[in-house]
Design a protein around this ligand. Sequence first.
Ligand code: MRU
Length: 347
Amino acid sequence: MSIPDTIAWDPEKECIRYIDQTRLPGHPIIVECRTVQRLAIAIRRLQVRGAPALGVAGAFGVALAAVTCKKKGLAAFLADVRRHGTLLAAIRPTAINLSWGVNRVLTAMERAESVRDAKQFALVEAQAVAREDEVCCRAIGGYGAALLPGTCTVLTHCNAGALACKAWGTALGVIRSAVRQGKDVRVIACETRPLLQGARLTAWELEEEGIDVTVITDSMGAHLMRGGTIDMVIVGADRITHDAVFNKIGTYMLAVCARHHGIPFYVAAPLSTFDPDHSETDVVIEERDRNEVATCGKRTTVPKGVKVCNPAFDATPMNLVTAIITDQGVLRPPIDMKGLRLNHPPG
Ligand code: MRU
């Protein structure tokens, strides 16, 4: 079965439709989102998640703010939409795509001469962001698939698949493209504590497409590398500065282990995930609620009063990265970020 679009604009109902990822695995439930407040909750709860999908959500979120805004004069209208965009962009600070998607649409609205124009520009630009995301993922898939031998086992972390993008995926897009080319690819998916994006989402979408997948706990990767099971690691990214790749917590540990065992460590990401203006130390790592770690279903697993640390992401230094597979080709560090053709509106 092919996976439905993760997120899309419904032009008739003038609302956002997205798959509620907290309900997976299982039958995908499509939610119709009609207010920016509802979208903000969905992003906070990770009903919509994954950097490129957050970029599309940010873009559609600004379009939704524009469509639902009741302000009459252009200046008041733009100020209100901008306020909503700023609120959305701040919800998940590490994934740069969210603020990138918001700013792309806000910037497109600035050339409007009427409220009507502004609404139209917002919708057109948001649709463009969504369309481009899928095009980028398919390009990443094509460039990345060429790096995979005819038969191989790939370890991945979190979910950098169709569910993390509009469609197709980045890391899983590479695997999808390789499988379509007739390559025999087996996937090892780390379960990805605490929210289990690997076990719930990566395993679900690969299984739906008949791609061979095995789930392991996050602490098993090094053991499998040492045993010679893993040919390469491919992960996605939430932000790429000139000196580091930010991705789901646990990625750095895998990169260190891969280097120790001489295994290639690839990152697959569109250029919208690049942040050429900042360094690792400038980036805020999102800290999430203790209950994500301290509970398992309805059970409390950490004694009350004991401290919990729950960073959602970590930074992998660029010297541990073999290559970054982008929509414009494969980049090998050191990367000249200034030389890249980035479509980054002013934030
Ligand atoms: O907290 P999440 O689930 O949004 O984290 C997602 C990841 O870390 C992904 O690996 C990353 O966004 C790349 S998705 C193509």
